[in-house]
Design a protein around this ligand. Structure first.
Ligand code: FAD
Length: 294
C-alpha cells in the first residue's frame, strides 16, 4: 500500500483533524529526510501523508513564562541561526550544526530527529541533556513528557506519528550560572550519524567553578540516548580543573557500554567518550565555541 493523498495543512488544528479523519491510516512527514530513506527499504504503510513542514506555529522558536520553546518543525538550520538559542540553547545549536550537510539541515527537523529514535541522533542527544519536555497533541488531548521517555529502542519511539503530533519541545530558561555544550566525533568523510556524541547541561555554584548539578547525554552507547548518571553523580560538588576532568573522563569510559560497529570498536568509543567529555566542558568553560566545518 502506498499513499493516495498528500496533504499540506497550514495550521496545527488542520493537521490534527486530518490525523483524526484518517483514523491511524495517515502518517506525518516533516523534512522527509528519514521517512523517505526508510520508504526505500520498507514502504510506508499509510493511505495519506500529512506534511507539517509549512505550519508556521510548528516552526516558532520563542521564550514564554520562563521557558524556551522550540517548534517541532523547526529545521536544524533554523535552530543554528536562532539568536535566542545561540544565547539560551547552545547545546542544541551546536548539535544542529553537526547534522548532515546544509541540504539536510535546511529541511530536517528536530521532531523528526527525535521520532526516528536513533541512539546517537544529534539534536535528540542535546534535548536529553536539556531534559526537555515534549509537547504532544492528539485530537483535543494535550500531553507533556520528558523527551528521554519517548525513546523505547533503536528506531522505536513512544510517539505514534499516525495519531500524535509533537508541537514543540521546551526547557526552563537558563540562568547566568548554567552552561551547555555539545561535541561529536565522526569519520571524516561521513554525512551521517556520529561515532560518539555528547551533550551536557550544568549549573555552577556561585564561585562559577564548582559543579552544582550536571546532566550528560551520550550516544550511541546504548539502545537509546543514554544519560551518564554515575558520571553525573561523580562530578557533583567538584571544582572543575584539568585533573578533575581527567577523572570524569575515566568514569564515563567505565560507565558506558557501546558495541563494536562498522563505525568503530567498543573500546575506541569508550576512549573517545572520555575525550569528548573533557573537551566539551573545557571548550564551553573557556568561552570558546565549536566551529563545525561543512
Ligand atoms: C544524508 C543524511 C545525513 C544525515 N545526517 C544526520 C546527522 O548527522 N545527525 C543526525 O542526527 N541525523 C542525521 N540524518 C537523519 C535526519 O536528517 C534527521 O533525523 C532529521 O532531523 C529528521 O527530520 P525530518 O523532518 O526529515 O523527519 P521526517 O523524515 O519527516 O520524519 C521522521 C519521523 O518523524 C515523524 N515525525 C516528524 N515530525 C513529527 C511531529 N511533529 N510529530 C510526530 N511525528 C513526527 C515522521 O512520521 C517519521 O516517523 C541524516 C539523514 C540523511 C539522509
Amino acid at each position: 500500500m502506498t499513499w493516495e493523498n498528500y496533504y499540506m495543512p497550514s495550521s496545527i488544528e488542520e493537521a490534527l483533524s486530518l490525523l483524526d479523519k484518517h483514523q491511524g491510516e495517515a502518517r506525518l512527514i516533516a523534512g522527509g529526510t528519514d521517512l523517505m530513506v526508510q520508504h526505500k527499504s520498507e514502504p510506508i504503510e499509510a493511505k495519506a501523508l500529512i506534511d507539517i513542514g509549512g505550519i508556521p506555529d510548528l516552526k516558532k522558536i520563542h521564550e514564554e513564562n520562563g521557558r524556551v520553546y522550540v517548534g517541532a518543525a523547526a529545521t536544524h538550520s533554523q535552530v543554528v541561526s536562532s539568536p535566542l538559542l545561540k544565547e539560551k540553547g547552545r547545546v542544541l545549536v551546536d548539535a544542529a550544526k553537526a547534522v548532515g550537510a546544509l541540504q539536510i539541515r535546511n529541511v530536517g527537523t528536530i521532531a523528526g530527529n527525535v521520532v526516528t529514535a536513533q541512539p546517537a541522533a544529534d539534536t535528540a542527544i542535546a534535548l536529553v541533556a536539556l531534559d526537555a519536555c515534549v509537547h504532544i497533541q492528539s485530537g483535543s488531548e494535550k500531553l507533556e513528557k520528558p523527551v528521554l521517555d519517548t525513546f523505547l529502542g533503536p528506531g522505536k519511539s513512544s510517539i505514534n506519528p499516525s495519531k500524535e503530533l509533537i508541537t514543540a519541545f521546551s526547557y526552563p530558561t537558563p540562568t547566568s550560572l548554567e552552561r551547555t555544550g555539545f561535541i561529536r566525533f565522526a569519520r571524516r568523510d561521513s554525512l551521517a550519524l556520529p561515532l560518539v556524541n555528547l551533550g551536557f547541561w550544568l549549573i555552577l555554584k556561585e564561585d562559577q567553578k564548582t559543579v552544582k548539578e550536571i546532566r550528560i547525554a551520550v550516544g550511541p552507547m546504548s539502545t537509546v540516548p543514554f544519560r551518564a548518571r554515575e558520571t553525573e553523580a561523580s562530578m557533583k560538588d567538584v571544582q572543575i580543573s584539568e585533573e578533575e576532568l581527567e577523572k570524569a573522563g575515566l568514569v564515563i569510559a567505565e560507565e558506558v557500554t557501546p558495541r563494536d560497529s562498522f563505525r568503530g570498536s567498543a573500546d575506541f568509543k569508550k576512549y573517545l567518550i572520555g575525550v569528548a567529555l573533557k573537551r566539551a566542558i573545557k571548550v564551553v568553560l573557556d568561552g570558546k565555541g565549536v566551529d563545525w566545518d561543512d
